[in-house]
Design a protein. Structure first.
Length: 288
């Protein structure tokens, strides 16, 4: 394993080039890692390229990096739709929140990589233990849950399965630190830590709308004025309505469907209307 052999993590493959995957890839490249950004969809890959470039140019405009640094960071990322390119020291999955799809992808990735590669899922709601069981209870697998937007949010939940080796967890904790993040180790549980606590941030905000007690804009403004980086509605739009609603359903179901955590009909309607937030151009807000 990495710590026993004192082998340094130099390369990171990120599978899934949506907002989260792109953010993780950008962060890894900024901190000097060789990055493979994979997605089967070339259109999604192109959007990822443009998003990473846009974010890096914003850093140039803010004086955080210069043009030479931008080029160097961007050059560290290989954008590819060929899964055989996904050979790295650590592979992080950030695809759709469906257990079968994740398990199938990891099976392919484990066949491609060697016995020293570590594997992490960025799932925000699916049981990491269940995924580990589907992957023959591998000791080299754990959860590594980043938060949107990944380039800005410091916290990473490192989730232990019943089978993760101490070396795997230690290596993923160190990787998180090397990415400029603050890792918190937790056991597998519905919603882990943050998403379980955060359900009320979203659900209570939507109850206020259902009861016609406040406007979306006012709720966001008040919460941001109270110290939150983003109001609940802006954050749901950023995360994606389908993802956020899916997490709410999983946490609600896995905890025995308590009334306090019942998903909102407002968000369900947004998902049914395919108004998923920033990625579709409209959610609780409209985007160009």
């Amino acid at each position: 394993m990495y710590l026993a052999n004192m082998k340094r993590i130099c390369s990171v493959a990120v599978c899934g080039a949506g907002t989260m995957g792109s953010g993780i890839a950008q962060v890894a490249a900024q901190y000097g890692f060789k990055v493979i950004q994979f997605d089967v969809n070339e259109v999604v890959l192109e959007k990822s390229r443009q998003l990473v470039l846009k974010n890096l140019r914003f850093l140039v405009e803010k004086g955080k990096i210069n043009e030479d640094a931008l080029k160097e960071i961007y050059s560290r990322i290989l954008f590819t739709n060929n899964i055989n390119d996904c050979k790295a020291d650590v592979v992080i999955e950030a695809i759709i929140e469906k257990k079968e799809a994740k398990a199938d992808l990891f099976e392919q990735l484990m066949n491609i990589n060697g016995n020293d590669t570590l594997f992490a899922t960025n799932t925000s709601s699916i049981s990491v233990n269940e995924l580990a069981t589907a992957l023959n209870k591998t000791e080299r697998f754990a959860g590594m849950h980043f938060f949107n937007p990944a380039p800005l949010m410091k916290l990473v939940e490192v989730i232990k399965t019943n089978y993760s080796s101490p070396e795997t967890i230690a290596a993923l904790v160190q990787l998180s630190k090397d990415l400029g993040k603050i890792p918190v180790v937790c056991k597998d549980a519905p919603g882990f830590i943050v998403n379980r606590v955060a359900r009320h941030y979203y659900l209570e905000a939507m109850k206020l709308i259902e009861q016609n007690l406040a406007t979306i804009e006012n709720i966001d403004m008040i919460m941001e004025a109270s110290g939150f980086k983003m109001g609940p509605f802006k954050l749901m739009d950023l995360i994606g309505m389908d993802i956020n609603f899916g997490v709410s359903n999983i946490v609600w179901n896995d905890l025995g469907k308590p009334d306090r955590l019942k998903p909102s009909i407002i968000q369900q309607q947004k998902v049914e209307q395919h108004k998923l937030g920033r990625k579709t151009g409209e959610g609780f807000y409209k985007y160009e």
